[in-house]
Design a protein around this ligand. Structure first.
Ligand SMILES: *[C@@H]1O[C@H](CO)[C@@H](O)[C@H](O)[C@H]1NC(C)=O
Length: 277
């Protein structure tokens, strides 16, 4: 007899299986002429306008030693869970990037009782415990390395965040801090497409705007539209901006030129308003 194609082809996906997304949804253009100025104005307005207020606990409830005035700060407002997690159950912090000199926030969160993991590819040994922090010789990428070339080129130290979480058996991160030196766009895209952000309570990210970033292509208005679209995807994943910081001493460079006096770097903090852990 003839085979029924519906029984031989295409196994049915279970309802709980996450479907893989291959690209983010692009937002409409900011203006009809697709000008850089329209795109830049919309994007800069977005990254400098906090969407939720973050009121730290009144004096006496101070859980962190660090001042909240530098570039990096978490939201300790009691309406979000981090403040409670520091007191009651363990909280977990991941710090990605090469900011070896600083780590003020990491030390402070470690001192307050969080489990802090710093990822630093320049370490000599694979893992090292230093005070209240764990250091790992790993760097985070937006794709896992090609197994055929990974042995020589990456020494097996470059992984996607989802892979690291899986390897470590970590299901949630109270804080994810990342300064990826212009790889942040592709990494953020990867976290969105793979649904990793559902596991993250607060996201602290440094954005670099002096050029498009690694593997971000297109003309200038398209680049800014793509950046904006990534941030709108974050919003759809229930992340709300609580903080925007820019060092006034940084150069005024936006895609290699001065556009609306924008800074070349902004440090942003979002809280996942659907975070229940
Ligand atoms: C550009 O921004 C810097 C830093 O915030 C500020 O000091 C300067 O006055 C601004 N320039 C203009 C033309 O707005």
């Amino acid at each position: 007899g003839s085979e029924d194609p519906s029984t031989t082809c295409c196994p049915h996906r279970g309802p709980h299986k996450k479907t893989t997304r291959w690209h983010i949804d692009l937002e409409p253009w900011a203006g009809e002429t697709h000008s850089l100025e329209d795109e830049a104005r919309r994007f800069l307005n977005y990254i400098t306008t906090p969407q939720v207020s973050c009121v730290p606990p009144a004096s006496g409830g101070a859980v962190l030693e660090t001042s909240q005035e530098g570039p990096w700060a978490v939201c300790l407002d009691s309406k979000y869970s981090l403040a409670h997690k520091i007191h009651s159950k363990p909280c977990r912090v991941y710090s990605l990037g090469l900011g070896v000199a600083e780590r003020v926030l990491e030390r402070s969160l470690g001192g307050a009782g969080c489990e802090v993991h710093c990822f630093d590819p320049s370490l000599r040994q694979p893992h090292l415990q230093q005070g209240d922090m764990w250091l790992h010789k790993l760097s985070v990428d937006w794709r896992d390395p090609n197994p055929a070339i990974s042995a020589q080129r990456h020494h097996g130290n470059t992984k996607k965040l989802a892979t690291i979480l899986n390897d470590f058996g970590h299901r949630q991160l109270d804080v994810l801090k990342a300064d990826m030196e212009s790889a942040e766009w592709k990494i953020l895209e990867n976290l969105i497409l793979e649904g990793v952000l559902d596991s993250v309570g607060q996201l602290l990210l440094e954005l670099h705007l002096h050029w498009a970033g690694f593997e971000v292509g297109g003309d200038d208005p398209s680049v800014v539209r793509y950046w904006f679209s990534l941030l709108k995807e974050l919003e759809r994943a229930h992340f709300r901006l609580f903080r925007s910081y820019s060092d006034p001493a940084k150069p005024r460079l936006f895609l290699h030129k001065n556009v609306l006096n924008a800074s070349s770097a902004y440090t942003l903090g979002w809280v996942n308003t659907q975070w229940r852990h």
